[in-house]
Ligand binder design. Structure first.
Ligand SMILES: NC(=O)c1ccc[n+]([C@@H]2O[C@H](COP(=O)([O-])OP(=O)(O)OC[C@H]3O[C@@H](n4cnc5c(N)ncnc54)[C@H](OP(=O)(O)O)[C@@H]3O)[C@@H](O)[C@H]2O)c1
Length: 325
């Protein structure tokens, strides 16, 4: 099969489409003929040599895909050859075929094309496992999402609105904020021209928001804590602007704050299967009802993965970038 190989750690030019061995299939896995895969920020780090695949994972990038089941391992009962699916992967999506544990496979939700379904697994599993399964965001509460126009952000806005929360977002341009508002965001904050702490306080009558989903990290840490309401929860899923910071622990006490963090890729297959099953139960009905839609900025042929990486690094995109073999 053909796959995108990271020929050396470096810039987008190190990504090359090459002929490689087909994946081998374990008893508990299905083999998927890839219809589309989607980019994630983590792919950029992997390309630079800063985020190696976990033990046993495919060496090729790609944390999600959609496609058609081509073969099933002998211990797999739910899936059969010909099923149209989308999958959460530990790697290997940038290829014509990928082997995936059966517990990380989801049906393509009715109403979504096979190709576009590739936009969902990573964002749905990340957002559901963090702000809903762990931070328990509930109807009537408020959520602040940094990077509202990101793949993660565009999904988080829609699902949080569907579940009855009010949604605040930050983004770096008025165009991106307008897009987020169209998706349902209640309050848009241009982080380049406004102080998000002051704006959150102003919009909430001085109280702050109940939950924050943050991928910015160190540079926002203290300001995030200042923006939380009593019993507020900060969930960290990235550190685009630094991983090291200092904190006066007394900042957590008066408002009884919780700080949590998690990655998805390094979780065990059992843990991933649990999240995937919760996503099918709780998120798929919103997708089927048309309340949560895939937000896709651009499709590239798989052979143009380098160009797709350049676009993601420019941050000009809104939503997801897809690669089609
Ligand atoms: N822990 C996990 O399991 C997990 C899983 C998936 C993703 N993630 C993380 O989630 C983040 C988003 O991922 P993605 O693939 O959706 O990324 P993405 O689509 O590339 O979007 C990232 C966006 O962040 C915005 N941004 C940059 N600096 C900002 C700042 N100071 N304040 C507010 N927004 C800022 C940029 O838009 P502007 O033009 O608005 O700046 C950029 O478009 C990444 O950090 C990724 O690593 C974590």
């Amino acid at each position: 099969m053909k796959a995108i190989v990271i020929t050396a750690p470096g810039g987008p030019e190190v990504l090359e489409l090459q002929e490689v061995e087909d994946p081998t299939l374990n008893h508990d896995e299905v083999l998927v003929k890839v219809e589309a895969t989607a980019l994630n920020r983590a792919d950029i780090l992997q390309r630079k040599g800063q985020y190696p695949p976990p033990k046993g994972a495919s060496p090729y990038p790609g944390l999600e895909c959609s496609g058609t089941v081509e073969a099933v391992g002998k211990d797999v009962s739910r899936w059969k050859i010909g099923d149209q699916v989308c999958c959460l992967l530990s790697g290997g999506g940038y290829a014509e075929k990928v082997a995936v544990p059966a517990g990380q496979v989801l049906p393509v939700p009715p109403g979504v094309s096979l190709k576009d379904a590739a936009a969902f697994p990573e964002v749905a599993c990340t957002v559901w496992s963090t702000i809903f399964m762990t931070s328990r965001l509930s109807a009537g509460e408020s959520l602040l999402v940094h990077g509202g126009s990101s793949g993660i952000g565009t999904f988080a806005i829609q699902i949080a609105k569907y579940r009855g929360a009010s949604v605040f977002v930050t983004a770096g341009s008025e165009e991106k904020l307008a897009f987020c508002k169209n998706l349902g965001a209640d309050v848009g904050i241009n982080y380049k021209t406004e102080d998000f702490v002051a704006r959150v306080k102003e919009e909430t009558g001085g109280k702050g928001v109940d939950v924050i989903l943050d991928s910015i990290g160190a540079s926002y840490f203290k300001r995030n804590l200042e923006s939380l309401n009593y019993d507020g929860r900060l969930f960290l899923i990235g550190f685009m602007e630094g991983a090291v910071t200092e904190l006066d622990l007394r900042a957590l006490f008066p408002k009884r704050l919780t700080v949590q963090a998690a990655g998805l890729r390094t979780r065990t297959p059992e843990n991933k299967a649990e999240i995937v099953s919760e996503v099918e139960k709780n998120v798929w009905p919103a997708v089927v009802a048309g309340k949560v839609k895939p937000v896709i900025y651009k499709y590239f042929p798989l052979s143009e993965a380098a160009e797709a990486h350049r676009l993601m690094e420019s941050s000009k995109h809104i939503g997801k970038i897809l690669l089609v073999p």
